[in-house]
Design a protein. Structure first.
Length: 112
């Protein structure tokens, strides 16, 4: 893995968690009709953005990050042991969550 990529991801997760950045795997925490704004604030911290719709619904936005690793392109293979080097990339995305006026999750949409 490339150290600079790992440091970037670590910085995003550690330093920016209170700024609306979560690990993409955390999307499995969501349950439409059950997840509440209060529970999500406790688990994920405050959102990156919070927009209030005229009908009282809230749309919260979080940034997502995911580290993808694989063999480095152009790197040789050691006989019988696979690639001799690997690389990693930080994949960024965003999730928008819509809550009813009582703070219960109505829907969410993930984009990468």
């Amino acid at each position: 893995m490339r150290l600079p990529t790992l440091l970037l991801v670590a910085g995003l997760l550690a330093g920016c968690a209170d700024q609306g950045t979560i690990e993409r795997d955390r999307l499995s925490d969501l349950a439409v009709g059950r997840t509440t704004t209060a529970a999500l604030t406790t688990a994920w911290g405050p959102p990156l953005r919070d927009a209030t719709m005229p009908d009282g619904r809230h749309v919260w936005t979080y940034r997502t990050v995911h580290v993808q690793t694989g063999p480095a392109v152009g790197i040789g293979f050691a006989p019988g042991s696979g690639p001799t080097s690997s690389t990693s990339d930080a994949l960024m995305g965003e999730v928008a969550l819509t809550f009813d006026p009582q703070g219960v999750l109505l829907s969410y949409y993930y984009t990468r």
